[in-house]
Structures are given as C-alpha cells and as structure tokens.
Design a protein around this ligand. Structure first.
Ligand SMILES: [Zn+2]
Length: 318
C-alpha cells in the first residue's frame, strides 16, 4: 500500500511514538532475523502488524494505487457512468456496471460485479457527479474491481480539482514499466560522458548537414543550436535505471552547457553523483541497446515540507 519505504517508517513511527531511527533499527533487526530473505518494505509491514498497527482502513489516492493491491479504500467522484450491462457466459450470467472514479490525482476505471452494488446504480442512488467511498476494492489490470467483499456508498467528502488525466504517480524504480509515466525519488549513482547534437534554433528539429551548410526541413538554412544529452543511472534503493537528460533538465541540476563541453565536466560529475531529487518522465525502449530507458522530463528538488504535509494529511486509523 505504501510506495515509499520512508513513508511507511514515518507512519509506524507516528502511530507508535517511537523515533523513526528506532523503527529503522527494528526493521533491520527483523530482516536479520529472517536472514535478509525479505525486503525492507516487507519487514516493515510485519513489524507494523506486530506492533498492532492496522493499515487496512488507510485511504489512497488514485495515483497511489499499485498493481496487485487488495483492499483499496478510496474516495472519489463518479465522472463517467456507463449503462449497466448484462452478460451471459457458458456457466455464468449476471450484470456488470462500469464507471470512472476520479480524484485530485487522476481517474481509474471501476467495475462493479455485486448485485447489491449494481442496484444502487440502477435505482439512481449512485449517479454521475456523486462523490463515493469505496472500501476493499481490488486492483486487476489497472482497474478497480468491487466484489461482494467490497463496499460502496455515497460520501459527504467533496474533492476539488478533479483530474481525469493521471498524474505521474510516485513509484519505485523496480515498478517502472515500458510506456508508462512515472515519478521517483532517486539518487544519481553514475553519469556518463555527455553527447551533443545539433537542432534548428526555431523548431528544435534535427538538422540536415549539406557539407558546411545546416538546413532545417521547415526553416531552410539555419545556424544550428547545440543540444546536450546526458546519460545517468538513477537508483532509489530498490532498483536502478539508465536515464536520459536533455539540456533543459541538465540545467535544472545546476550544470550549464559550457560545463558539459569542457574538462570542467569531471568536476561537475563529482557534484552530480549522490544528488537526490524527484525525477519525472517516461520509460521507453532504447532501440539500439534494447533496454528500457527513463526519459526525464522534469526534475524537482525534494520538498521536505510537502513530504511532511502529505504524511500528516493521511492520519492512521487503527
Ligand atoms: Zn526549424
């Protein structure tokens, strides 16, 4: 349920009154006892259970829902409701209802299978535009499925700034998948020699070289602009991935293009290594090497205030 190990440690710390340092020690002790066969997150979950902390009632946001999650509790708005359908298969028949549930982080297709839930829609007790609360939903193929063990009811809570488009959710690098957009808090653990290429100063398209002359397909003869490309390796403690940064992102790390082009880069490289930030981007296949690469589109300093605010906004219900 928690994508962030530190977040989990913080929650255990807050609800037990023990310092987070102590929780970290207890987690490591638990792992040692289990001969390191369990992940830090797994050990922390066991510790939480042993300390009597129950996360089952914890609510999540759409962009926090992860593959394989069971017992998803969430509040959102029914933004698009489809007509109830009947289905008939060889040995089963019944009804199914679908809608999109959205909150301020994105939307998710939600599927109802239980007749007691579906009747709420048929009777108009739950309709498009309503805010609802779902308990114990299951995630299947990026959809939220409600069974007889789940619950759905109207909520008095109103969420502003409903988003249909999913924001890049914070994820562990080990959970990145090809084609997806992600955000991860990670450390730069390796940086390779920068590469340069030339683009049209007007439109940024690739330049066609005709001897000494540089041409843009759209803008004709131009004086090309040099752009930099930097490959780095990002590591979040759970996994690592090769990432690609272009000029704008490189600048966000405090490196000017001049620094890249000269021997000054070796000094700058030392500054880069160990730097931690929030990296957003998309995962694409590198055609040349046939491995996934993270194309970084934004880099944000880690905002501790926001991190703390986020933790405080989701109090633990035990
Ligand atoms: Zn151009």
């Amino acid at each position: 349920m928690f994508q962030n190990y530190n977040q989990l440690v913080e929650k255990i710390s807050k609800s037990t009154g023990k310092s987070s340092d102590e929780i970290l020690r207890l987690v490591e002790a638990k792992r040692a006892k289990l001969s390191g066969l369990i992940s830090r997150e797994g050990a922390a979950q066991i510790l939480a259970a042993e300390l009597g902390i129950n996360f089952d009632k914890e609510k999540v946001k759409v962009n926090e829902i992860m593959q394989g999650m069971k017992k998803v509790n969430i509040i959102g708005k029914v933004v698009k409701l489809f007509p109830v359908r009947e289905y008939k298969k060889e040995n089963r028949e019944g009804k199914v209802a679908n809608f999109f549930l959205a909150d301020d982080t994105g939307s998710i297709k939600t599927v109802l299978w239980d007749v007691n839930h579906i009747v709420l829609i048929e009777k108009g007790e739950i309709k498009e535009g309503d805010f609802i609360e779902i308990s114990a939903g299951n995630l299947r193929n990026n959809e939220l499925h409600l069974t007889g063990f789940s619950d759905i009811k109207k909520s008095n809570e109103i969420i502003e700034n409903i988003k249909m488009q999913n924001e890049a959710g914070e994820k562990k690098i080990s959970e990145f998948s090809l084609g997806g957009s992600f955000k991860a808090r990670a450390m730069i653990v390796q940086a390779f020699e920068p590469k340069f290429f030339e683009v049209c100063p007007e439109c940024g398209s690739k330049i066609i070289k005709e001897g000494e002359i540089s041409r843009c397909e759209k803008h004709g003869r131009v004086t090309p602009k040099k752009r930099a490309l930097l490959s780095i390796v990002l590591d979040d403690g759970n996994g690592n991935i090769r990432a690609i940064l272009f000029s704008e992102q490189i600048e966000k790390l405090g490196i000017k293009q001049e620094d890249l082009e000269s021997e000054r880069f070796s000094g700058k490289k030392r500054e880069l290594l160990g730097k931690e930030a929030e990296f957003s981007g998309s995962v694409r296949q590198n055609k040349l090497f046939n491995n996934p690469e993270f194309f970084v589109s934004d880099i944000q300093e880690i905002d501790l205030d926001r991190l703390i605010e986020k933790l405080e906004k989701s109090p633990i219900v035990t």
